[in-house]
Design a protein around this ligand. Structure first.
Ligand SMILES: Cc1cc2nc3c(=O)[nH]c(=O)nc-3n(C[C@H](O)[C@H](O)[C@H](O)COP(=O)(O)OP(=O)(O)OC[C@H]3O[C@@H](n4cnc5c(N)ncnc54)[C@H](O)[C@@H]3O)c2cc1C
Length: 390
């Protein structure tokens, strides 16, 4: 088998790249380890930057997002028993974010790919990129007991943090930067109306909490929990009590409780692999970097990587120029590190750290106090939250 680009991974990065390439006639095959149903069952990100919305439109999959998504002009930060609004729209000269779940983004991209007849192989086992440091790379995989080989021009490693692509690169060729936080987010989804129209990020002496949503009748809530906490130790009742204890009383009263339909704990990590290109293998999305979810940047960074990678590949095929793919790693990493900084700052400012002590608490309080007294500080927060330019 032969194609122009083999894409490893059918998450948002792989599907978006595949659709953009397909739309301009560049042949590609997606190889995914999991089943289609499994990929669709993963509940993850939910806040899309304008740049991500624009790319989904460009890929031709934006219609349902514009119909069912919730555009948000701002969000609240709660501390000291009060809520303070960040007016994203005013602070950024008219920008906003779109609340639309990653599951929906993935489903829209999968449906479009099926309509266009582009090739995807789900439950592809033992996927391996080969010879990407030369001119003739290829990828092997196993399916139903048979080994297959796909020859290609390029390999896009869009296979997430635990994927095979980054691990295929010799250790001496890659630099890894990592910070692991001493807590995770316990999240639930419930079929109840959200506590408010916009998101509420809460800094509280008991720990961080977030009120989010997927729609006007489906809520997504999180509370910070120490590393090692077990989901089974959290009944719905315990979760709701803890969430309400971390919110200002007026907001706590607005929380509608109900049975959870999903409950899980996500660890928090900052991680970057440099560079993001190794010969004819490119890393994109979580395969190359992870951010703690506090800044809502994970999925959006996957989209901005694909912006640079797709532009580079299109230039290569349409204009016979390698300038875009040569610049890919540098351009992507410059934006990745700014999102890493912002996500780290949001995490440090809003969470309770086990070793922060009274001094750390005072500093955190001063940081938030300053934020709401300074137009410059608010603008920094707002322009990062809606997404830096590509
Ligand atoms: C529990 C959780 C909660 C999150 N919450 C948020 C949030 O609230 N906000 C936010 O912005 N971000 C969040 N994120 C991050 C966001 O979901 C990711 O940044 C986003 O999914 C990245 O997309 P991706 O396509 O790069 O990687 P993924 O979505 O991880 O997709 C990678 C794909 O590659 C496949 N794969 C892996 N290994 C192989 C292999 N060897 N062969 C073939 N295929 C393979 C995987 O099965 C997967 O389908 C969360 C992530 C997690 C894990």
């Amino acid at each position: 088998m032969r194609t122009q680009v083999v894409i490893i991974g059918s998450g948002p990065a792989g599907l978006l790249l595949g659709q953009l390439l397909t739309n301009c006639g560049i042949d590609n095959i997606i190889l995914e380890r999991a089943s289609r149903e499994h990929v669709l069952s993963r509940i993850r990100a939910g806040v899309l930057e304008e740049g991500t919305v624009g790319m989904l439109d460009e890929a031709g999959v934006g219609a349902r997002m514009h119909r069912e998504g919730l555009p948000h002009d701002g969000f609240d930060i709660a501390f000291d028993g009060r809520r303070h609004r960040i007016d994203l729209h005013r602070l950024t000269g008219g920008k906003r974010v779109m609340v639309y779940g990653q599951t929906e983004v993935t489903q829209d991209l999968m449906e479009k790919r099926a309509q266009t007849g582009a090739r995807s192989v789900y439950q592809a086992e033992n996927v391996k990129p080969h010879d990407f440091d030369g001119e003739s790379p290829f990828v092997t995989y196993e399916k139903d007991g048979t080994t297959h080989r796909i020859d290609c021009d390029f390999i896009a490693g869009c296979d997430g943090f635990h994927g095979v692509s980054r691990k295929s690169v010799p250790e001496s060729s890659i630099d890894l930067y990592e910070r692991i936080y001493p807590f995770g987010w316990l999240g639930i989804i419930a079929e109840v109306p959200p506590a408010g129209h916009e998101l509420i990020y809460a800094n509280h002496p008991r720990g961080f909490a977030l009120c989010s949503m997927r729609s006007t009748h489906r809520s997504r809530y999180y509370v910070q929990v120490p590393t090692g906490e077990k989901v089974d130790d959290w009944t719905d009742e315990r979760f709701w009590d803890e969430l309400r204890a971390r919110l200002p009383s007026a907001s706590a009263e607005q929380v509608t409780t109900g049975p959870s339909i999903e409950k899980s704990i996500a660890p928090l990590r900052s991680f970057v692999a440099e560079p993001m290109r190794f010969g004819r293998l490119f890393l994109a999305g979580d395969a190359a970097h992870i951010v703690p979810p506090t800044g809502a940047k994970g999925l959006n960074l996957a989209a901005s990587d694909i912006r640079y990678l797709f532009d580079g590949l299109r230039e290569y095929y349409e204009e016979k120029s390698a300038a875009g793919i040569d610049a890919y790693s540098g351009r992507a990493l410059a934006r990745v590190w700014k999102a890493e900084r912002f996500s780290w700052w949001m995490t440090n400012t809003l969470h309770k750290f086990p070793d922060q002590g009274a001094f750390g608490q005072k500093i955190q309080h001063a940081e938030l106090d300053y934020l709401f007294q300074s137009e410059a500080a608010l603008t920094m927060l707002a322009e990062n939250y809606v997404g830096l330019p590509y």
